[in-house]
Design a protein around this ligand. Structure first.
Ligand SMILES: Nc1ncnc2c1ncn2[C@@H]1O[C@H](COP(=O)(O)OP(=O)(O)OP(=O)(O)O)[C@@H](O)[C@H]1O
Length: 267
C-alpha cells in the first residue's frame, strides 16, 4: 500500500455534486459526491453493477455516446461545468483520455497508433519525437523501437495495453481514466501496468475502476467504495458508500458495508 502523505486540501480536478446517472428511465447511479485530487490515483471499487464504470464514463462524457444516457447533478472539471452548453465533448475526450478493459489498438502500425491523435489534432512536424516520447513514457520504447512499422495487433496483450496508454498520452491529456485496464492481462503484464500507473501519477491524474481489491490497495492513493442499494420499489441504484485515503479504506473503514466488502464477507 502506498504510504505517501495525501493533501487534505487541494484544487480538485473533478467535483461531483449530487451526481445521478440515468439510462432512459433507469437511475443507475444516485447522488454521488466526490472531489478527485490532482496527480493522484483514485480507485473505484465495489460489486458488479454498482455503477463504477458508469461514473467513470461521465468524467469524459463517454456516456454521451450511449443513447438515452444522461446525468443529473453537476460535474465540475477544474472550474468549468463539464456538461455546460458551450463545452466541446471532443476536446473533453482529448484532455481526459481513456484506457479500456480490453486493449484496443487500431489495426495499424505501432507508429500510426501513437501518431493518430496528434495527426487528428493537426500536428505535422515533430511526429517522430512525439511517438518516441509517448512510447518511452509508457515504458514500451525499448520493446518496440526496432519494429515501429509492425502491426500493433502483433504485440502481446500487455504490450498492447501499454500502447493504448502511450496513445492516450500522445495527445497530452490532463487526466487518464482506466476501466479495468488489467483484467485481460497476466500477473507480469499487470505488474508492469501498475508500475507504469504509479509513475504516470507524478504527471497525470488517474482514475481507475478495478474489480481487483489488491490492485486498488497496491496502486491507489484514494479509494471510493460503491455498492448497489435496492429502493422501496425493488429497483437497484448504485451509491457511493465511502471515499477516503486508500490506507484508511483498507485498514479502518468508517462504514460497515465497506468493511464487509474488503474483508470478503459480501459483494
Ligand atoms: N448502456 C447501458 N444501458 C442501460 N443500462 C446500463 C448501461 N450500462 C450500464 N447499465 C446499467 O447500469 C448499472 C451500473 O452498471 P455499470 O456497468 O456502471 O456497473 P459496474 O459497477 O461498472 O459493473 P461491473 O463491475 O460489472 O462492470 C447496471 O445496472 C447496468 O446494467
Amino acid at each position: 500500500m502506498i504510504a505517501r502523505e495525501l493533501p487534505a486540501a487541494f484544487d480538485p480536478v473533478f467535483t461531483l455534486e449530487n451526481l445521478s446517472v440515468f439510462y432512459g428511465d433507469y437511475e443507475a447511479v444516485r447522488g454521488v459526491d466526490m472531489r478527485i485530487a490532482p496527480r493522484e490515483i483514485t480507485a473505484m471499487i465495489g460489486p458488479s453493477g454498482c455503477g463504477k464504470s458508469t461514473v467513470l464514463r461521465c468524467l469524459n462524457r463517454m456516456n454521451d455516446l450511449i443513447p438515452g444516457a444522461r446525468i443529473a447533478g453537476k460535474i465540475t472539471y477544474h472550474t468549468e461545468d463539464l456538461y455546460g452548453d458551450h463545452v466541446d465533448s471532443i476536446e473533453v475526450r482529448r484532455r481526459i483520455g481513456m484506457v479500456f478493459q480490453k486493449p484496443n489498438p487500431f489495426p495499424k502500425s505501432i507508429y500510426d497508433n501513437i501518431a493518430y491523435g496528434p495527426r487528428v489534432n493537426g500536428l505535422r512536424k515533430g511526429l517522430d519525437e512525439v511517438v518516441e516520447q509517448a512510447l518511452h513514457r509508457a515504458a514500451l520504447w525499448d520493446e518496440v523501437k526496432d519494429k515501429l512499422k509492425q502491426n500493433a495487433l502483433a504485440l502481446s496483450g500487455g504490450q498492447q495495453q501499454r500502447l493504448c496508454i502511450a496513445r492516450a498520452i500522445a495527445v497530452k491529456p490532463d487526466v487518464i481514466l482506466m476501466d479495468e485496464p488489467c483484467s485481460a492481462l497476466d500477473p507480469i503484464a499487470t505488474s508492469k501496468i501498475e508500475d507504469l500507473m504509479q509513475d504516470l501519477a507524478k504527471e497525470y491524474t488517474i482514475v481507475i475502476v478495478t474489480h481487483n481489491m489488491q490492485q486498488a490497495a497496491r496502486v491507489s492513493d484514494r479509494t471510493a467504495f460503491f455498492t448497489a442499494e435496492v429502493d422501496k420499489e425493488g429497483v437497484r441504484h448504485g451509491r457511493l458508500v465511502e471515499f477516503d485515503a486508500t490506507s484508511r479504506i483498507f485498514t479502518n473503514p468508517a462504514d460497515k458495508r465497506t468493511e464487509g466488502y474488503i474483508t470478503g464477507r459480501f459483494g
